[in-house]
Ligand binder design. Structure first.
Ligand code: ZN
Length: 321
């Protein structure tokens, strides 16, 4: 019998942070598969893309930024609504927090539940969680489709290229430098979390990213991708995982097999190829559950609560609470 600990509650190993330059305007704060933060340095201001999970953790990002620029951090951009990327925002004291209207709507609809759920799943990623202010992190600017900002002469395109990891997915594109910040739409050597995903849309959204021809890319998790070959590997690896998982689940569901059976067969099918990616065992129950929902009766992701998380895990992994 499987006795896997719930989600990532047993993952306590501290990761090593890297702070890598991609261009004169772009940096990546990465940590061996933990959630990444992107930094855009314009002529007159700095934009932070995804904040880290708590204000205390964000202080380490600020420390690194201050090693390379003294320009003010005016903007925080949320690639999507997940708590692990959002709740550190207050540390930057930004003039504005920018998100897609779809992301804003998801914070209204399920922000509170997501916060409780994510903290329960992965305590290590919420170091000093008591430093998170009460309530939600509210965007002060929202957009639909595309918004362009000019940080001095630097053009910063903020784009919705389609749904994938969530309904609100937003990427940041620097056309002069050909650098893209993808959020969790692209992962590298890390398992895509798809518990709130749109499996049918995700591959097309990856095509839309590829069409920009980024030469460098900061994924949601994993190290910075520093040339077109690495960018291609990130895109194709993410696409393969998402597509193979959904095909496996769809086939099982349409043959009338129940979720637990489909989970087992999909896990065994994907583990040889992807099992070495970080958070594989964490993601699979959520990913397969969402894929089964999408393949059957739920076009939109159902809200995860702390209680639903545990009930799902018990049903699929045979653990006792
Ligand atoms: Zn996410």
């Amino acid at each position: 019998m499987n006795t896997k600990t719930f989600a990532s509650q047993a993952d306590l190993e501290v990761k090593k942070v890297s702070f890598d330059k991609l261009s004169d305007h772009a940096w990546a704060y990465t940590a061996e598969g933990d959630p990444n933060t992107g930094i855009v340095i314009g002529d007159d201001a700095v934009m932070v893309i995804d904040t880290q999970a708590t204000p205390v953790m964000a202080q380490d990002v600020i420390r690194r930024i201050r090693e390379v620029t003294d320009k003010p951090i005016k903007y925080v951009l949320l690639s999507h609504y997940h708590a692990v990327r959002v709740l550190g925002a207050s540390a930057y004291q930004p003039e504005h927090i920018i998100a897609s209207q779809d992301t804003y709507d998801l914070i209204v609809e399920r922000g509170e539940q997501d916060k409780a759920s994510e903290i329960g799943r992965f305590p290590r990623l919420f170091q000093a969680v008591e430093s998170v202010p009460d309530g939600m992190t509210w965007p002060t600017i929202t957009f639909t489709g595309k918004m362009t900002m000019f940080l001095g002469k630097l053009e910063v395109q903020i784009l919705q290229l389609g749904r994938g990891h969530t309904k609100g997915d937003t990427v940041v594109w620097l056309p002069q430098d050909k650098v893209l910040f993808s959020g969790d739409l692209v992962e590298f050597d890390a398992t895509p979390y798809a518990g709130d995903a749109y499996f049918k849309d995700w591959p097309q959204t990856l095509d839309n990213i590829a069409a920009l021809k980024p030469e460098k890319l900061v994924p949601g998790r994993g190290r910075a991708l520093q040339n077109p070959a690495e960018v291609g590997a990130g895109l194709s690896g993410t696409r393969a995982f998402v597509s193979e998982l959904y095909e496996s689940v769809k086939a099982g569901a349409s043959a009338g097999r129940d979720l637990k059976t489909v989970y087992r067969e999909t896990y065994e099918r994907l583990a040889p190829k992807y099992g070495q990616w970080v958070i594989f065992a964490h993601c699979m129950p959520f990913d397969v559950t969402r894929a089964y929902d999408e393949a059957t009766q739920y076009p939109d992701p159902r809200i995860w609560t702390a209680e639903r998380d545990i009930a799902m895990w018990q049903a699929l992994e045979d653990i006792k609470a």
